[in-house]
Design a protein around this ligand. Structure first.
Ligand SMILES: Cc1cc2nc3c(=O)[nH]c(=O)nc-3n(C[C@H](O)[C@H](O)[C@H](O)COP(=O)(O)O)c2cc1C
Length: 186
């Protein structure tokens, strides 16, 4: 099991460029495991026991996905409904409570540019605001919310730009790995 667990939610990873660049850069880091959730659960039927154990074995959790319709891909919501409901509403004492303090980092790629994500811009709201439901979820679950890692303009990024975001992502994950749980929760 991994120290750094990346749960990758991409509905069509075979055609991904941005998330692939991130995942490949992250995979080179020691102690990192990437679970391709769409490949594991193509029909959306999630094994909650396996996924709860996966979370409990990790020291830090990354949710990585492309922004779709100002939100997460549907399988990520299904994962919340299945796995977090089990851990926090059904088996809190034996499972949910044991996640307390683990850092949670959201790594999201957006097709649009930063200027679209401002009041009056094409997308009206900062991306960090659109991710508030995940921040609220982290708070509800006692996870230590981290400043999200956001990639903009991901559809038009050339190979050089994608390589650069991969490098930045790996550096961010390496920094996160050095943070003690108490600091992460601060
Ligand atoms: C159904 C769908 C909805 C999307 N909605 C958004 C959106 O709301 N905001 C945005 O910036 N990009 C949106 N995009 C663009 C994706 O975020 C972008 O293609 C993705 O981040 C690129 O990453 P990838 O190369 O790993 O697929 C959408 C793409 C699809 C297919």
């Amino acid at each position: 099991m991994a120290d750094t667990l990346i749960l990758l939610f991409h509905p069509s990873y075979e055609s991904s460029r941005a998330n692939r660049a991130l995942a490949e850069a992250a995979a080179a880091l020691p102690g990192t495991c990437i679970a391709d959730m769409q490949a594991l659960y193509p029909d959306g039927s999630i094994d909650t026991g396996v996924e709860a154990a996966r979370l409990l074995a990790a020291k830090r959790i990354i949710l990585q996905f492309p922004v779709q319709w100002y939100s997460t891909p549907p399988l990520l919501k299904a994962w919340q409904d299945a796995v977090l409901t089990r851990m926090f509403y059904v088996a809190y004492e034996s499972e949910g409570r044991r996640l307390a303090g683990k850092p949670l980092l959201v790594a999201a790629t957006a097709g649009n540019v930063p200027e679209a994500y401002v009041p009056g811009g094409a997308n009206r709201f900062p991306l960090s605001d659109l991710l508030r439901p995940l921040e609220a979820t982290a708070h509800r679950c006692g996870l230590a919310w981290q400043e999200p890692f956001l990639v903009y303009g991901s559809r038009k990024a050339d190979e050089e730009a994608l390589a650069a975001v991969g490098t930045h992502y790996a550096a961010r994950l390496a920094r996160l790995a050095k943070i003690a749980p108490a600091e992460a929760a601060a």
